[in-house]
Design a protein around this ligand. Structure first.
Ligand SMILES: [Fe+2]
Ligand SMILES: [Fe+2]
Length: 168
């Protein structure tokens, strides 16, 4: 069973650098955002569940709460701010994006106020706020993936690439 492939026949046709590469790049940028959102969902799921389960065993689970609060401060809140300064600002410049981004920015305010309850409320309600924050974030990031990103890919792909170039 010897099969040999003649690699010299492989087609190395040069890519067209005007259209298709650009479209592929925009798609990659959008997929990167969706992938990052999935990562954030998984982390918040794990941390909020760990806090809620710990409260059931220990009325003051300081470590699990501190880990969730640190993630909120170091990851979730900066993510929202980057979006507001990046993709949200770009989408808000589109006529179809203005009202959408107004509503989504208000949801960022809601997320930040829920996050504040996770750090300031008594442990039991704080753990429930943590699970509510998770459910809210799942819905929120789905709207970014399924409404904002397709809008930008369709109407302002260069603005999407430019906005994401400033993200870390
Ligand atoms: Fe967001
Ligand atoms: Fe997001």
């Amino acid at each position: 069973m010897t099969t040999t492939h003649d690699h010299t026949t492989h087609d190395h046709t040069a890519h067209d650098h005007t259209g298709h590469d650009h479209t592929a790049h925009v798609h990659d940028v959008a997929e990167h955002v969706r992938h990052h959102h999935a990562h954030l969902v998984a982390e918040l799921e794990q941390l909020s569940t760990a806090f809620a389960e710990a409260v059931a065993r220990d009325p003051e689970p300081a470590r699990q709460r501190a880990e969730l609060v640190r993630w909120i401060e170091e990851v979730l809140v900066p993510h929202a701010l980057e979006e507001e300064n990046g993709i949200y600002a770009a989408a808000a410049r589109l006529p179809e994006g203005r009202a959408l981004i107004d509503a989504m920015s208000r949801e960022h305010d809601l997320i930040r106020s829920m996050a504040a309850q996770v750090s300031s409320a008594a442990p039991l309600p704080a753990s429930v706020w943590g699970r509510a924050l998770y459910a809210t974030f799942v819905s929120h990031q789905a709207k970014e993936n399924e409404i904002i990103l397709p809008l930008m890919e369709e109407r302002d792909p260069e603005g999407l690439v430019e906005a994401m170039a400033h993200h870390h």
